[in-house]
Design a protein. Structure first.
Length: 314
């Protein structure tokens, strides 16, 4: 199957292209307008450009990853985030509709949302399933909830073959160092390389449902094959882990003495205290299960951080 991957040059996109190749699909990697790598470019603000791209590529399926994925950026630029994540998704769906109309063949489209759309729920409500009301607590979450609404509405209105994925927190090698776990690993790698033994952290009390990005990408591939059009699927482990425990494991892996200091600049005004999901719907549809443990993933994250600093693997 020819699968067009938007946002293919990003953290998840690179792993997804590998997962598609492993499943013997042809991944058509599409970068953003700021990417300098050769190949296809997608500007989600350019409706005509999106149409030209799909006309040229004629994919059999699409995984839509491209967008603005960092909550603090959404707080600083909410309208820009909404335009890219929500309206940009609508522009892509309109181009998919055009391809389907002209070719007469449905294009399976997997729209990747985020568990952030659930917002703040009481701990006793956990784990969250797909029927849980959406209560987005920041502009990023709101933009993803809107993108989901567009995706499902386009599917119903124009008989498009659209599936929505709601991944919970995923980590792994190659993640942007603005995100907490990658930032922890970078600081520890710098300390191991001889830097000052001080770490600056944000909220360590929050609990999250962590998955390895490679497991998440395998779930995307499974949904392309077995997901039901018009449905939403959680991608999660079902287990909550406190951020403090993630940091503890990373410090153990790095095996360096550190002083941990709380940094007010790293605190989010609308941080969710706990977010953990229920993935029975995904398992029933695809048979998917996460294959990697948190410790295995954190070892790979730390090795990646060391490699970025040019340090030998330990």
């Amino acid at each position: 199957m020819r699968v067009l991957v938007t946002g293919a040059t990003g953290f998840v996109g690179r792993h997804l292209c590998n997962a598609l190749a492993a499943a013997e699909h042809e991944a058509i990697a599409v970068g953003g307008p700021r990417d300098r790598t050769p190949g296809h470019i997608l500007d989600l603000a350019d409706a005509a450009g999106i149409e030209r791209l799909l006309d040229a590529v004629r994919p059999e399926a699409i995984v839509h990853l491209a967008g603005q994925a960092f909550v603090p950026v959404s707080l600083a630029d909410p309208l820009g985030t909404v335009d890219v994540n929500a309206v940009g998704t609508a522009r892509l769906l309109e181009a998919v509709r055009g391809v389907q109309t002209s070719a007469g063949v449905p294009v399976r489209t997997l729209v990747v949302s985020s568990a952030e759309v659930y917002g703040i729920h009481r701990p006793e409500r956990m784990p969250l399933d797909e029927s849980t009301p959406l209560l987005p607590a920041n502009p990023y979450a709101a933009s993803k909830a809107a993108a989901e609404a567009f995706a499902l509405a386009w599917g119903r209105s124009y008989e498009l073959d659209i599936v929505v994925a709601r991944p919970f927190n995923h980590i792994g090698p190659g993640q942007d160092e603005r995100f907490a776990v990658a930032a922890f690993a970078r600081q520890l790698a710098a300390i191991a390389a001889g830097g000052p033994p001080v770490m600056h952290v944000g909220n360590l009390t929050a609990q999250r449902d962590f998955l390895d990005v490679r497991d998440v990408c395998e779930a995307y591939v499974a949904l392309l094959a077995y997901g039901k059009g018009g449905e939403v699927y959680n991608i999660c482990s079902g287990h909550a882990v406190r951020i403090q425990e993630v940091l503890r494991q990373l410090i153990t892996i790095a095996h360096v003495p550190v002083e941990v200091r709380e940094d007010p600049e790293r605190m989010r005004p609308s941080d969710l205290p706990i977010l953990v999901g229920y993935a029975s719907k995904l398992r029933a549809a695809t048979g998917w299960e996460p294959r990697r443990t948190l410790t295995e993933t954190l070892r790979d994250v730390y090795a990646d951080a060391r490699a970025r600093l040019g340090a030998p693997s330990s």
